[in-house]
Design a protein. Sequence first.
Length: 81
Amino acid sequence: MASDPRVFFASERTLLAWVRTGIAIVGLGFIVSKFGLFLRLIVAERGDAGLVQDARASGVLGVGFVVLGALSIAAAAAQHG
């Protein structure tokens, strides 16, 4: 039954779905981090101290999403191999 090509193709589709999801999460992380940079520019222009915490949190959250996406891709590759 392991020589059935349908099993191999199903495994490949699952791997590609996980990789696609991981890439989407990494992309979201970059977008969130760039938004933090945008907030920092607004803080520099206006001097609004309330946005400083939001800018820092955005950077941390963005890095967290990038790490989460990379870990999901690594886990998918480890499970597939």
